[in-house]
Write a protein that binds this ligand. Structure first.
Ligand code: NDP
Length: 297
């Protein structure tokens, strides 16, 4: 491996420490509160919600969890969101995705008060990001951007290729990179000559959900590779029935060519939760008419 390893775990720890310092310094204005709503029993979602709750408390914020059964009627979920919207002790609301199939995710997300939409998925916040206005920025792409800016300083003029066009990662990632004056290409499942497109990039952000799809010979020498993918695959070498996590990039071959790369796990994942706490702090500052801290983003 010749690439610099971008240590998302350490970077996220530093971001959370700064958030904690701000929470302590702002105590005279109250305590930021984050409500997480989990519908159903998706095992991965349960793990995420648990770590979100733990880290929220660790930075000095109040954490409220609402766990609802998978068959919860839409009207009941909307009523809960309405009550959280009106609750002055709650500054951030996150509805864990994916939702069970009978619930309309767009309807549910757009029911959240945009000022409390710490996931940045409300259509108003999507519009603000797209038009360069201050709002709530989705946590995963924000985490990727912070790591890129920390490593590169200025991103201006760099060629960025984002592989994946989902509303939660690919599209907002592209908007953020455009905002930093990158020349941005969004690739997806219908992109012709994907390897050739990726090979142009100074910055590759992989958000595909296909284990180890992007190989080292797709990477321009010296490029920075941000691997958003989290894929669980069988790991028979570690014992029968064992699994391990891998990204969307083939780590060893990409790391041999790239200038810098994020590992999976320990790269983008920890930054996502750190940015959720940043967004909750921003929502708290906005609500109290305070300036957002300048040392977090
Ligand atoms: P989605 O499934 O919503 O989107 C996947 C995107 O990848 C789509 O745009 C799809 O294209 C594209 N794609 C699929 N197959 C190919 C292919 N063969 N070639 C090129 N493009 C392809 O996934 P998400 O954006 O929600 O998540 C992506 C990955 O990131 C997943 O592994 C997920 O687990 C992970 N993730 C990690 C987070 C973290 O905190 N680290 C947070 C969120 C997600 P098309 O639109 O044409 O179908």
């Amino acid at each position: 491996m010749s690439a610099h390893l971008i240590d998302g775990k350490a970077f996220a720890g530093a971001v959370r420490s700064r958030v904690a310092a701000h929470v302590a310094a702002l105590a005279a204005h109250g305590q930021p509160g984050l409500a997480v709503v989990l519908v159903g029993e998706d095992p991965a979602s349960q793990v995420y919600v648990r770590s979100k709750g733990r880290m929220t408390v660790e930075v000095g914020m109040a954490s409220v969890e609402h766990r609802l059964p998978a068959e919860t009627p839409e009207a009941e979920l909307l009523a809960l969101i309405d009550s959280l919207n009106r609750d002055d002790s709650i500054h951030g609301i996150l509805v864990q995705l994916p939702l069970p199939g009978h619930l309309d995710a767009n309807l549910v997300i757009n029911a959240i008060d945009p000022a409390k939409d710490v996931d940045g998925f409300h259509v108003l916040n999507v519009g603000r990001l797209g038009t360069g206005q201050t709002g709530m920025v989705p946590c995963t792409p924000l985490g990727c951007l912070l790591m890129l800016k920390d490593y590169h300083g200025s991103l201006s003029g760099l060629e960025a290729v984002v592989v994946g066009r989902s509303n939660i990662v690919g599209k907002p990632m592209a908007q953020l990179l455009l905002g930093e004056n990158c020349t941005v290409t969004i690739a997806h499942s219908r992109t012709a000559n994907l390897a050739g497109v990726v090979r142009r990039a100074d910055i590759v952000v992989a958000a595909v959900g296909r284990p180890e799809m992007i190989a080292g010979d797709w990477i321009k020498p010296g490029a920075t590779v941000i691997d958003v993918g989290i894929n669980r695959i069988a790991a028979p070498e570690e014992g029968a029935g064992k699994t391990r996590l891998v990204g969307d990039c083939h780590f060893d071959s990409c790391a041999a060519v790239a200038g810098a790369i994020t590992p999976v796990p320990g790269g983008v994942g920890p930054m996502t939760i750190a940015c959720l706490l940043v967004n909750t702090l921003h929502a708290f500052c906005d609500r109290n008419g305070l300036a957002r801290p300048t040392d977090l983003t």
